[in-house]
Design a protein around this ligand. Sequence first.
Ligand SMILES: C[S@@+](CC[C@H](N)C(=O)[O-])C[C@H]1O[C@@H](n2cnc3c(N)ncnc32)[C@H](O)[C@@H]1O
Length: 284
Amino acid sequence: MADITKLTDGERAIVDEYHRLYYPFFRDTTWLGVIARKCPFDLFVYQELIFELRPDLIIECGTADGGSAVFLASICELVGHGEVVTIDVRARDSPKCPRVSYWQGDTLSPDVLTRFESLVQERESVMVILDDDHTRDHVLEELRTYQRFVTPGNYLVVEDTNINNHPVFPEFGPGPMEAVGTFLRETSEFSVDRSREKFFLSFNPNGFLRKKGTNRCLPTRTESGFPNPERAEKLASQGQQIKSLEAQLQHERATLHSVLNSKGWRWLNRVRDARAWAQRLVPW
Ligand SMILES: C[S@@+](CC[C@H](N)C(=O)[O-])C[C@H]1O[C@@H](n2cnc3c(N)ncnc32)[C@H](O)[C@@H]1O
């Protein structure tokens, strides 16, 4: 797999130059006719995450036109699982879309947090995307607050870590990248997953934070292609059964091996050999 950490300085400079060239036009991206303020490479990565992790719930902070929420929900629809709750402080005329709920409010208001608290209770797999106010202090507060909603093995994605000269929008001032730096010094529960930057150009460098632990067990890929959710569950349970049978077989083998090598077994064999020898001498 392409590894962004292995780029030479020259290669890095090419990627950054393209990043700066493309950045002024990112609002031209639409999904099903709705503006999605995203880098298309990152949208593709979200598709991969949703397919792999099958989140029950995706919390998106920052709706704007709704294109990213509609995109996430479209992928949920394709895999037949999951819903999106997207929140914005501004009231908007948002596109109607199955699997998307639009909330209005400040992401850090106590009311909103209480609603999220009860929403995540029944969910086994939850992803969070921070894409609203990009100032460092706000993002840091969100990271500290929203980390608890993310389930083990799932992702807390910090959008737009590329601003403040990483490598675009140098005049922005401390932003998401700086917030991530501070957050990661405070916790060992999350780590940056740079493999999610495999297309090299990402608006979220160091922004795909994976929570320690394992997402609920679902096969990610099979040789036969893309399992639908029921088939995926079935395959997962068959996989578990095979694993447990293999473990049982291993155990039986070890037991047999230790019996055959035991003193008692060797002694029995000697008795049996002696009896056979005696019978040959005295056949009647
Ligand atoms: C970058 S845009 C979201 C882009 C959208 N996720 C997309 O990819 O198309 C940021 C949005 O966050 C909203 N916002 C800013 N501060 C907020 C806050 N404290 N709580 C909720 N929404 C906020 C703004 O109104 C704006 O619509």
